[in-house]
Design a protein around this ligand. Structure first.
Ligand code: IPM
Ligand code: MN
Length: 349
């Protein structure tokens, strides 16, 4: 097949605004390559129709070569949209249905970007690591329940699911990435307390490590890992961890490398059996929606990850280079519009 089909889910809040800029850059770097199909999904659709992600839409999405996703979610004070409906029914449904077991979240402090960490911590050091977050298991599977709901005797359980199959495939992916990068990998878990899952993760990690004698391995409990993320983030190259730890680790990782306005992610099915989905780590930010002030950089970097995943490494590199050049020209306190940033990067690729 010549062209590629890209499904586009702008979503809510700033989602459609940042996705529009991502598409601008995509068209500039790879003209006449992608046919776009836009899908109206998110809080607004749910409010209008009661639908989150109809099976027919999921079916259509499965035929795409890739998915570009903005963000979904109503304003925090909006009581008409209960928490969890979109998270479980849309984002997680896609991640699970399309077996996105590698949730890839690069974290890099670009030259010219201020980190909230002191100069003593970041000065003269290169912070450049990726978190490989497991995306289909763990505490996200919805395994649990509630008994005696809404009573003083209520018991609520969420049981983490970790399979040897699921752990091994994501650990293998992470080792392969470490081997292509600086050759260092850190397993983040909490095996001193979560002994069952911890033992499985450790065993798999050790056995895959034996196949990679040139990759240096490290292990950190998740709490200690947070100390190092704040005091010595340059020590990390590849971090591999489970779904919930990865969720938390990557928000802090985004913060220490200049904010989640820059944090890109890929929900990847490496086998290619299903389309992978690329999205900024940030949410729908309803407070700034419609004002044209959202930073589209995370989405544009996610487009870079999409290109890379689709085998268009040269174009991916051009996107990253254009983003780097744009960032290096940013001045503290400047306020360029969403589209001005998109235009600048699109014309530079
Ligand atoms: C993320 C988000 C999601 C997650 C939510 C919205 C389901 O926080 O992509 O990090 O927890 O994975
Ligand atoms: Mn998150």
């Amino acid at each position: 097949k010549q062209g590629k089909d890209l499904a586009v889910i702008g979503g809510d809040g700033i989602g459609p605004e940042v996705v529009a800029e991502g598409l601008k850059v995509l068209q500039a770097v790879a003209p006449d390559t992608f046919s776009l199909t836009e899908y109206d999904l998110g809080a607004e659709r749910w409010k209008r129709t009661g639908e989150v992600l109809p099976d027919s839409v999921l079916d259509e999405l499965s035929g795409a070569d890739g998915i570009l996703f903005g963000a979904v979610g109503a304003a925090p004070g909006d009581k008409s949209m209960p928490s969890g409906i979109l998270e479980r029914g849309l984002i997680l449904k896609i991640r699970f249905a399309f077996d996105h077991y590698v949730n890839l979240r690069p974290s890099r402090l670009f030259p010219g970007i201020a980190s909230p960490l002191s100069d003593a911590v970041v000065g003269g050091k290169e912070i450049d690591f990726v978190v490989v977050r497991e995306g289909t298991e763990g505490l996200y599977v919805g395994n649990g329940g509630v008994v005696r709901a809404d009573t003083p005797a209520e018991i609520a359980t969420e049981v983490s699911v970790n399979t040897a199959y699921g752990v091994e495939r994501v650990v293998r992916d992470a080792f392969a990435r470490a081997a292509r990068r600086r050759g260092k990998i850190t397993l983040v878990h909490k095996h001193n307390v979560l002994v069952n899952a911890g033992r499985l993760w450790n065993r798999v990690f050790e056995s895959v490590a034996a196949e990679y004698p040139d990759v240096t391995t490290d292990y950190l409990h998740v709490d200690a890992a947070m100390i190092f993320l704040a005091t010595d983030p340059a020590r990390f190259d590849v971090i591999v961890t489970d779904n919930l730890f990865g969720d938390i680790v990557t928000d802090l990782a985004g913060a220490v490398t200049g904010g989640i306005g820059l944090a890109a992610s890929g929900n990847i099915n490496p086998s290619g059996a299903y389309p992978s989905m690329f999205e900024p780590v940030h949410g729908s930010a309803p407070d700034i929606a419609g004002k044209g002030v959202a930073d589209p950089t995370a989405t544009i970097l996610s487009v870079g990850l999409l290109l890379d995943h689709l085998g268009m490494a040269e174009q991916a590199a051009r996107v990253e280079k254009a983003v780097l050049a744009d960032i290096s020209r940013r001045t503290p306190g400047e306020s360029r519009s969403t589209s001005a940033i998109g235009d600048a990067i699109a014309s530079a690729v």
